[in-house]
Design a protein around this ligand. Structure first.
Ligand SMILES: NC(=O)c1ccc[n+]([C@@H]2O[C@H](COP(=O)([O-])OP(=O)(O)OC[C@H]3O[C@@H](n4cnc5c(N)ncnc54)[C@H](OP(=O)(O)O)[C@@H]3O)[C@@H](O)[C@H]2O)c1
Length: 304
């Protein structure tokens, strides 16, 4: 068999960049990349080269550049508050775009990893969610991503839906970087303390996507770093880890919403358990603090 051929969409984003780094170096922070991907020929495309919302453009791309062995769809509208203001625009990418990519991947026999979110859950019950738990998004982002999951699974027989959460990578915007920026400018930051989830390193996620993609057990997977905390806990860990003497003032979701009325509602309890991953290939995700500490130590060198 020749070198595996891979397509990564949304490649300029946080996860896309870490997938590229993993494949180019055959290494990740949590361990080596499986040997099966050595020498892989990957096409990394973003919005300007391939708009996944454009079905004809997706088909044309696959005709010109396919077939692929693996497609990883990282392209999405990820601005949760922005989706609230333009749900139709988010739907075109997060739902219909997911379907376009899944159809094309299915038609050429590729495996597909379609990336989704903890925000498909309502988050009204404490504890960790497993893959089969009932969904029920409370935001426009969550609704469009849930539709994307369903459409992708229906359109591609070899589809892994990978739900992740609270993602931070070296390239692009994320909560951790925002806290570090604010922490360098201000004596205190006010952060929500009653929403619980799993901060997740994009590098750890990229590695585990490449591990999972070698399996044949298709379906829905949760892939987040292990352990649960609040946004305020994450802010505190990031600020103290970076040595910034900025105080975290803890607030409730209601207080945050009163101060930011256009913000989307978010689930209270959206912590995920990597149950299916553990069963299929072993849970290769680290505790969140370990991953965050490594991220903070490498950020000055790798930030983009
Ligand atoms: N970030 C999180 O906290 C988080 C949490 C849970 C799940 N996820 C999911 O994880 C995946 C990767 O997230 P990420 O943080 O890496 O996202 P990201 O950094 O926002 O990257 C997404 C990329 O997709 C591109 N894109 C947007 N619309 C597109 C289109 N129509 N066609 C092609 N590309 C398009 C974006 O371009 P522009 O920047 O130019 O729009 C961006 O480069 C997404 O599916 C996301 O829903 C993320």
């Amino acid at each position: 068999m020749g070198a595996p051929r891979i397509l990564v969409t949304g490649a300029r984003g946080q996860l896309g960049n870490e997938l590229r780094r993993c494949l180019e170096t055959m290494g990740a922070e949590a361990g080596p990349v499986p040997e099966a991907w050595r020498g892989a020929e990957a096409d990394y495309v973003d919005y300007d080269a391939l708009d996944i919302a454009d079905a004809a453009a997706v088909d044309a791309w696959f005709s010109a550049h396919g077939p692929y062995d693996l497609v990883v769809n990282c392209a999405a509208v990820t601005n949760v508050d922005g989706c609230e203001a333009d749900e139709e625009g988010a739907w075109r990418v997060n739902a219909l775009g997911a379907q376009n990519v899944a159809r094309a991947a299915g038609a050429c026999g590729a495996k597909l990893v379609h990336v989704s979110t903890d925000y498909v859950f309502p988050g009204d019950e404490p504890g960790e969610r497993v893959e089969g738990d009932p969904t029920g998004p409370v935001s426009a982002y969550g609704r469009t991503k849930l539709a994307g999951e369903e459409l992708a699974l229906a359109a591609c027989p070899r589809c892994f839906v990978v739900r992740t959460a609270w993602l931070y990578g070296y390239v692009g915007r994320n909560f951790v970087k925002t806290m570090l920026r604010l922490g360098a400018e201000r004596p205190s930051v006010t952060v929500v303390d009653d929403q619980l989830g799993n901060p997740t390193s994009a590098n750890d996620l990229a590695l585990n996507i490449l591990r999972l993609a070698l399996a044949e057990d298709y379906g829905v997977y949760h892939v987040t770093n292990n352990g649960t905390c609040s946004w305020a806990d994450l802010a505190e860990a990031a600020l103290s880890g970076a040595g910034l003497p900025c105080e975290v003032v803890r607030c409730t979701s209601e207080e945050y919403k009163a101060a930011n009325p256009a913000s989307a509602d978010r689930p209270r309890f959206s912590s995920l358990r990597n149950a299916h991953l553990a069963e299929a290939v072993g849970d290769g995700m680290r505790p969140w603090r370990e991953a965050l500490d490594e991220y903070l130590s490498k950020l000055p060198e790798l930030e983009g």
